[in-house]
Write a protein that binds this ligand. Structure first.
Ligand code: NAD
Length: 491
């Protein structure tokens, strides 16, 4: 059994309960993790609260050294972490090696960013005064993340929260708790109690963390439905809440581009991690003459993708994370086909696997804007492709969404790229290179895709509160104090 990480030590749940963690490629139980409840949350939050005063006082340069040490330790354990991520989450091993390298780089980035931009001096309102703005940590932050990038999504919160001087209690998804518990080994570099990891289910462990009176800020990544519950619970306590939610990202392919590159890039943007990426391309708008050839090339390329054991060599696509997630995708495709969509490839489980939540990458045409497939997040390897009259129609359709997480375009036209960039609501807009992230650039959603930003300087600002300090260095009574002098001008 793996154990939680509280106060710099390992522990089970207070009542001894555990839950199974299943390998989605084999359906075998890999290990168990503690099933935390409110009592465990109390213990973890109390521990983080005790650690806070000392960590907040720690000079930025010392915090930076410790965060760099965490990055070093992560790199030392790269293969172990990557293999465990693969076993519990199902992404192919090379993707998980990348995930581990990205998190180490993110700790290094925030180690340095944390030493900078700690406030500003402002112009005072009178002589003999100094006014400045300090940036302070909030206190204990509750971090809750999903299963698709368990370590990356946690690190996008954890590294800036720590660099800003907060202490944290983190809760990974019940599907992927093991890699986070293993990551805790690298966190031994930090003082006891600065980071605490609890494991368990959303309503039993996540909600008590969100609603805990001593948790000052909640940073959540997950579905829109859960995000709404988290936001309501935070609103009840007027607590700061940061949300990274779902998307239904469009990808436009313009006339005149190299359709071979566009088809391969679009396939990667759609099928990466079996479409279980918050910024997966989920709607494809292809302009005029490019349509037929793009569909042919996209379908031909889709057929070449190799599905299999994500730990094995020569595998492009592993399983989906769970039977439930696969069932949701199957239903969406079945509903779309009964409403008139035409299935070109995929749309079924590959026959050769007796076990595992595998699914074939799927292409559909003749889809309508009214179909749930085109309006809601699918979170699966599904590409619905729409023919557009011209670029203006493609841009208008791309922007027709309640979400606004990411959007992409392939085009040779500067004018079309700039028009699309201006008109499509998206926290990240990719031109000719979908889905590439940059730690130095903000990441997050417009519209209903979230509140706040991660990464970049914005990502640390969300973990810092502002304090305005007004200082008068010559003590004296003020003419505007009592008693008021009616009818006479102020001296
Ligand atoms: P989810 O909302 O079901 O769960 C996310 C986390 O919340 C898990 O740790 C879960 O245990 C916890 N949780 C569940 N119910 C809770 C409750 N009532 N109170 C508190 N915590 C609770 O999401 P998921 O299925 O794990 O992840 C997929 C979703 O995450 C997709 O919608 C995807 O778009 C989104 N996502 C967003 C981003 C982003 O940065 N915007 C990144 C990755 C994934």
């Amino acid at each position: 059994m793996s154990e939680m990480w509280i106060g710099g030590g390992r522990t089970g749940a207070a009542d001894g309960r555990v839950f199974d963690v299943v390998n989605p490629a084999t359906e075998e139980v890999i290990d168990t993790a503690p099933r935390a409840g409110a009592v465990d949350v109390d213990k973890a939050v109390a521990t983080a609260l005790r650690a806070f005063p000392e960590w907040r006082r720690t000079p930025g340069i010392e915090r930076a050294e410790k965060l760099h040490s965490v990055a070093r330790k992560i790199r030392e354990d790269e293969e172990g972490l990557a293999v465990l991520l693969t076993k519990e989450g199902g992404k192919p091993l090379p993707e998980n090696r990348d995930e581990v390298e990205w998190i180490a780089a993110c700790f290094d980035y925030y180690a340095e960013i944390g030493r900078d931009a700690v406030g500003r001096v402002i112009s005072p309102v009178a002589r003999n005064q100094l006014n400045f703005v300090l940036k302070e940590p909030y206190g204990v932050c509750g971090l809750i993340v999903p299963w698709n990038y368990p370590l990356l999504l946690l690190t996008w919160k954890l590294a800036p929260a720590l660099a800003a001087g907060n202490t944290v209690v983190a809760k990974p998804s019940e599907h992927t708790p093991l890699s986070t518990l293993r990551l805790a080994k690298a966190l031994e570099e930090l003082p006891e109690g600065v980071v605490n990891v609890i494991t368990g289910y959303g309503p039993e462990a996540g909600m008590p963390l969100v609603a805990h009176r001593d948790v000052e800020l909640v940073a959540f990544t997950g579905s829109q439905a859960t995000g709404r519950k988290v936001a309501v619970a935070c609103a009840e306590q007027l607590k700061k809440c940061h949300l990274e939610l779902g998307g239904n990202d469009p990808l436009i392919v313009d006339e005149g581009v190299d359709l071979d590159v566009a088809a391969r890039g679009a396939a990667w943007a759609c099928y990466l991690n079996m479409g279980q990426v918050c910024t997966s391309a989920e709607r494809f708008y292809v302009v005029g003459k490019a349509f037929d050839e793009f569909v042919d090339r996209f379908v031909a390329f889709t057929k070449t993708l190799r599905i299999g054991d994500p730990l094995g060599p020569d595998v492009d696509l592993g399983p989906m994370v769970s039977a439930e997630q696969r069932a949701k995708v199957e239903k969406k495709i079945a509903d779309s086909v009964s409403a008139g969509a035409r299935l070109i490839v995929g749309g079924r489980r590959p026959g050769r696997f007796a076990k595992g939540f595998f699914y074939e990458p799927t292409v559909l045409v003749d889809v309508a804007a009214s179909m749930p497939l085109m309006r809601e997040e699918t979170f699966g390897p599904v590409a619905p492709i729409v023919r557009c009259r011209d670029i203006d129609e493609a841009i208008a359709l791309a922007d027709r969404s309640e979400y606004g997480l990411g959007a992409s375009i392939y085009t040779n036209s500067l004018e079309h790229a700039m028009k699309a960039m201006e008109q499509v609501h998206a926290g990240t807009f990719w031109i000719n290179d979908p889905l590439t992230d940059n730690d130095a650039g903000p990441f997050g959603g417009m519209r209903r895709s979230g509140i706040g930003r991660e990464l970049g300087s914005e990502g640390i600002e969300d973990f810092r509160d502002s304090k305005h300090v007004h200082l008068d260095y010559v003590i004296g009574a003020k003419p505007y104090w009592y008693p008021y002098r009616y009818g006479r001008p102020r001296e």
